[in-house]
Every structure is written in structure tokens, then in C-alpha cells.
Design a protein around this ligand. Structure first.
Ligand code: PEP
Ligand code: MG
Length: 321
């Protein structure tokens, strides 16, 4: 039961039938690592590197970046750590990467598009990550299993570009975020090149419903339970199964205990969230088998809107199979 979830023993994330579903942390600073581990994080599913540099007026040096990445990687020895290259723009502008005069920054030169337009910055970040990876692996405590991904990938060509350049720097596992509907719809092609996909449900919802995630007047549209969003997630899940590649979720949706079950039913193989959400999500996953999760997801998919999807999932989750 949820009330006792916080005091339940910390076990790896899993469904009732034993299917492992690693529960990972979203972090914006290595200083959060110890708390994440204490709360049961099995690794990091999203390290938002842009948070380190929001107040910088110039691009960070390789040496500056290495300090942060080494602190992060050494905090998770042997564990998976997914680092996102700078996601600058819209809600997270970086003065050294973005043009402040775009009329529609959410639709502008942001994420991987901005990095590609300033490719030196991307190359320096990949250099810093590769160096931090090598240094921590050689250190006595050991390093992490570093995965690197690009934000705001919208085309197959962008996925190819990023995975190729990341591999040039010795990154062993290179993937993409799926947070634009185009990349969800083409996930079966994108996962030919990319080693993994991680779905950012915050932006995926914003772009699917065409509703600014920061604008209160359209906040009602920003609901990842919307069956249109769920269908897109299913596309990515199916593509992951087709290619035998991992599909994580790293948007806020993964922190909703019931939606977490739906996401797994749609094909998610790991969930990443604010560390404080891990205990409740762990307890919720343990209540259902993979077959039940699929049935709960089907019930939500059959709905016309977010509220009905949530209610249908609640009812399916309460019905013993
Ligand atoms: C997302 O869009 O869901 C995501 C995880 O990235 P961010 O919230 O940092 O844009
Ligand atoms: Mg995003």
C-alpha cells in the first residue's frame, strides 16, 4: 500500500511477475546523487547537463565540465548513467547557445538543433564526457555505465548524426530522446542507428497537444494521459521490441504510479523520475504482472480523453485478472 511505500525495503524495480523495470533518477546536478541512491535509484535515467550552466554567459570549458561529470559517474559505480547533452532553448535558454529573439522558441533552434549550429560546443561536451568516463573507470572506486543521448531529435537524419558523432568520441552507448511526435512516429527507423530511446513525456505532450508547457491558460492540455500521447509512446515501445533496444521514460509521467504501469504496458523498459517518486512507483509496479500492465494500457488507449483514460486504467488495475 502506498502509505507504507516509503518505509518498504528498497528492492530493484520490478513487476509482480519479476520482470525487472529499473527505477532511475532524474538529476540536474551531481550534488543530488547521494540522496537519489538513498531513495533507491538504480542509476540515472536523465542527467540534465544544461542545469549546470544556466547562469553561464559563455560556454563551459572541457575542464569545468569534467569536474561535474566525474562527480556524477563516480557516484554510481557500475550503474547506468544516462547523460543528456545540452538541451538549450525555450524553457531552458543558454545565452551562449540560443538566440533570445526567436518568436516561438519551443519551435526554434533548440536542443540538438542548437548544438549542431554550434558544433564546437557539442564536440567539447562529448570530449568532456569521454574523458570523465575514462578517468572514473581508471580510478579506484570505478566508473559508471555511461549512456549519452541527444534532446529534441525530430528526424532520422538527426539521430544518425548524433549517434555517429558520439561514437567518434568513444561513447559506447548513444541514443536519442523522443519528445517530438515525428520521432515517435519514426522510432522504428530511428532505433536502427540509436542504441536506445528515452521518451520525454513533458515535451512530447506539449508538442502533441500544441500547448506551451509553461503557459497556465493551456495547462489542461498538458496531460500525458491523453490517448494521443499514449499511442505515440506505444509506437516507440513497439519499435524498441522490434529492434530489441531499451525504451526508457524520463518525463514527469514516469512519476505517476498508475501511469507508470501503463507506460510499462506500452513497452517502456525503465522509468526515470525525481528520486522522491521512486518509492511509490516501485510499490505500484509490484502490484501488476506484465500481462496486467498491457491490459491496463489497452484500457487507457481505448479512451477518448485523458480523464477517461485515467479512470479506465484505475478500473482495469482494480479488476483481478
Ligand atoms: C521531457 O521533455 O519530458 C524531458 C524529460 O526533458 P525536459 O523536461 O528537461 O525538457
Ligand atoms: Mg524535454
Amino acid at each position: 500500500d502506498r502509505a507504507s511505500a516509503a518505509s518498504a525495503p528498497i528492492t530493484p524495480g520490478a513487476l509482480a511477475d519479476g520482470t525487472p523495470i529499473p527505477l532511475l533518477a532524474n538529476l540536474g546536478n551531481p550534488a543530488g546523487a547521494a540522496e537519489a541512491v538513498a531513495l533507491g535509484a538504480e542509476g540515472v535515467g536523465l542527467f540534465r547537463t544544461e542545469f549546470l550552466f544556466l547562469s553561464s554567459s559563455s560556454a563551459p570549458t572541457i575542464a569545468q565540465q569534467r569536474v561535474s561529470y566525474e562527480a556524477l559517474l563516480s557516484a554510481f559505480p557500475g550503474k547506468k548513467v544516462v547523460v543528456r547533452v545540452l538541451d538549450a532553448g525555450a524553457d531552458k535558454p543558454l545565452p551562449f547557445l540560443n538566440d533570445a529573439h526567436e518568436e516561438n522558441p519551443a519551435l526554434g533552434l533548440r536542443g540538438l538543433r542548437a548544438l549542431r549550429a554550434s558544433e564546437d560546443i557539442l564536440r567539447e561536451q562529448l570530449t568532456a564526457l569521454a574523458e570523465a568516463d575514462a578517468a572514473t573507470r581508471a580510478a579506484p572506486g570505478g566508473g559508471a555505465d555511461l549512456w549519452v543521448m541527444a534532446p529534441m531529435v525530430a528526424t532520422v537524419e538527426e539521430a544518425r548524426y548524433f549517434t555517429a558523432i558520439a561514437r567518434d568520441y568513444g561513447i559506447r552507448t548513444a541514443g536519442v530522446m523522443v519528445e517530438v511526435p515525428s520521432s515517435a512516429l519514426l522510432a522504428d527507423r530511428i532505433l536502427i542507428d540509436a542504441d536506445f530511446a528515452s521518451i520525454g513525456t513533458n515535451d512530447l505532450t506539449q508538442y502533441t497537444l500544441a500547448a506551451d508547457r509553461l503557459l497556465g491558460s493551456v495547462a489542461a492540455f498538458q496531460d500525458p494521459w491523453n490517448p494521443a500521447v499514449l499511442r505515440l509512446i506505444r509506437e516507440v515501445g513497439d519499435a524498441g521490441r522490434l529492434h530489441g533496444k531499451p525504451v526508457g521514460i524520463c518525463g514527469e509521467a514516469a512519476a505517476d504510479p498508475l501511469l507508470a504501469v501503463v507506460l510499462v504496458g506500452l513497452g517502456a523498459t525503465s522509468l526515470s523520475m525525481a528520486p522522491t517518486a521512486i518509492a511509490d512507483v516501485r510499490a505500484s509496479l509490484l502490484e501488476h504482472s506484465l500481462d496486467e500492465a498491457k491490459a491496463i494500457a489497452e484500457a487507457a488507449l481505448a479512451a477518448n480523453d485523458a480523464a477517461t483514460a485515467r479512470a479506465a486504467a484505475q478500473e482495469a488495475a482494480a479488476t483481478p485478472t
